[in-house]
Design a protein around this ligand. Sequence first.
Ligand code: ARG
Length: 461
Amino acid sequence: MGLWGGVFREPTDDDLRKLNDSLPFDQRMYRQDIEGSIAYAQAIRDAGVLTAQECLKITQALKQIRKEFDEGTFVFAAGDEDIHTAVERRLIELVGAIGGKLHTGRSRNDQVATDLRLWAMDACADLQKLLANFQHALVEKAEAHVETLMVGYTHVQPAQPVTVAHWLMSYFWMVQRDRQRLYEARRRMSVLPLGSGALAGTPLNINRAQLAKNLGFTGVSENSLDAVSDRDFVADMLYVLTLLGAHLSRLAEDFIWFSSPSFSFVRLHDRYSTGSSLMPQKRNADPMELARGKVGRLIGNLVAVLAMLKGLPTGYNKDLQEDKEALFDAVDQMQQLLPVLTAVVRTLAVNEEALLRALSEEMLATDVADYLVTKGMPFREAHHVVGRLVRLAQERGVMLSALPLADYQALSPLFAQDVYAVFDFMQSVRQRAVQGGTAPEAVQAQLVAAREQLHNELGFV
Ligand code: ARG
């Protein structure tokens, strides 16, 4: 007896079966499916559909099925269309006809919506931990480089000196927001669809609030038609992971060119670099290129789900089966990537000399303008004067500090001997001690704030 065989005279075409079956990819939800079924068995026992004895038998059999999956001994049968039918088929094998009572008042529509939410909630919690580890690595690396100077860029043009700690911590905060978004996405998806039936609800007097509690949901859906087709949580989570991917791709891009021999600012550990099959000297930052490249498929998964949801008619439609592979793939990619990126950061070598060598006095031009401002010149005017000074030095092919005072004074009488004291990169950095600035003391405060946020598992203080 198949799932819905009664009305048909002929079996389903084999090619359609292959197209229709979701078992190859949804079997990974077996734990959630079994957990949902155990809770549902209790709910329908309390509603008088199962006797206590039947419920016990069914629950024990479900636990055994879970064990078979855990141990890899579960055997799929030819007719298993998806994880839900596979578990139910095995249940009936184990307990006989009473196993067929479990599906009373339930549809695979509310079942799959419940399973996927449970799966996604677990995945969010796991990813939050992976993100916290990654952030921890960033904090530790930053703590070692609060006073390490480097070029700060805008438009990939040298702009002003900053510290390595400040640069690394910029990624901490991006990921902090991602971690918070994951937490919030998880909270939003914590709504129980079970009890919605196929679309209209169930005539059984089940206690949905209790069912929600038993399964770890904080709320119960308000509309059964909405509940069976609501995949907002999938789109939500995919967006969060895509934005995370975008952040990681920025970090990756920085690491890729900073580790190129043309810069040599950082060096990836041997364990996290790869060679070339042809050029013996090559040391490629493959993990970072993969991090940068993964975003394409993350965006693709998000767009696939949004496009699948668009114009979907009311209620459950099979289109919705397309939700899982997109979500699973995005989570898999991140679960693979994050531990590697964490290790890359942990083992990263920072080349302080190369970083210093890349600094040039022109990056202190703003500081020279600020000097004039302290002597009373409006900033706009000072900007212009220093621009001319920079041009003069460039024309002569010398550093700004090599221009004699007479040249300075020819551009503004406000210049005095003390202007040469401006050409100190560390001093420039120290002056930017505003909250959120690159000065070591400000970065120390930033690190304290970061550690505080990290101590909170949820991502919030
Ligand atoms: N395997 C389906 C899915 O992943 C669940 C089954 C619901 N299908 C149905 N024809 N009612 O969405």
